[in-house]
Design a protein around this ligand. Sequence first.
Ligand SMILES: Cc1cc2nc3c(=O)[nH]c(=O)nc-3n(C[C@H](O)[C@H](O)[C@H](O)COP(=O)(O)O)c2cc1C
Length: 130
Amino acid sequence: MAKAVAEGAKTVQGLEVELSYYVAPELLSSFDAVVIGTPTYHHDMSLDMKKLFEEAAEKNVSLKGKLGVAFGSYGWSGEAPKLVLEIMKNKFEMSVIEPPLVVKYAPDAGGLEKCRELGERIAERLMHLT
Ligand SMILES: Cc1cc2nc3c(=O)[nH]c(=O)nc-3n(C[C@H](O)[C@H](O)[C@H](O)COP(=O)(O)O)c2cc1C
């Protein structure tokens, strides 16, 4: 899903996209948009993402006004990406794209297309902001 979102974002010229499994919390503030993918495990986001937010908050990393986006696969409840957006919006004062993109279990071709479309939408929003 992350690769497809990145692929979609790259179709808009002039945009730099970085796809990573890990990012140091301090580095988040150097991006115009933060796009987080997380599956829903035990009605929650993955521990890595929780840790990222926790450390970013502890270190007072400023993300105010940046674009925040979340997506993820799920089995039956799928609330993790919504929780991510809530934190982005309420704790970090980011501007978010709602609703989050969720796909049941592994994405099929249609699910991946939605990911690419999300990437394009993110890129277009950023191009209009600059
Ligand atoms: C231990 C465990 C707990 C899970 N808990 C939830 C859950 O609370 N809600 C939900 O919608 N899906 C839940 N799932 C299903 C996963 O979200 C789903 O399989 C998802 O596609 C996993 O993505 P991944 O393969 O990228 O880890 C759970 C799966 C496992 C293995």
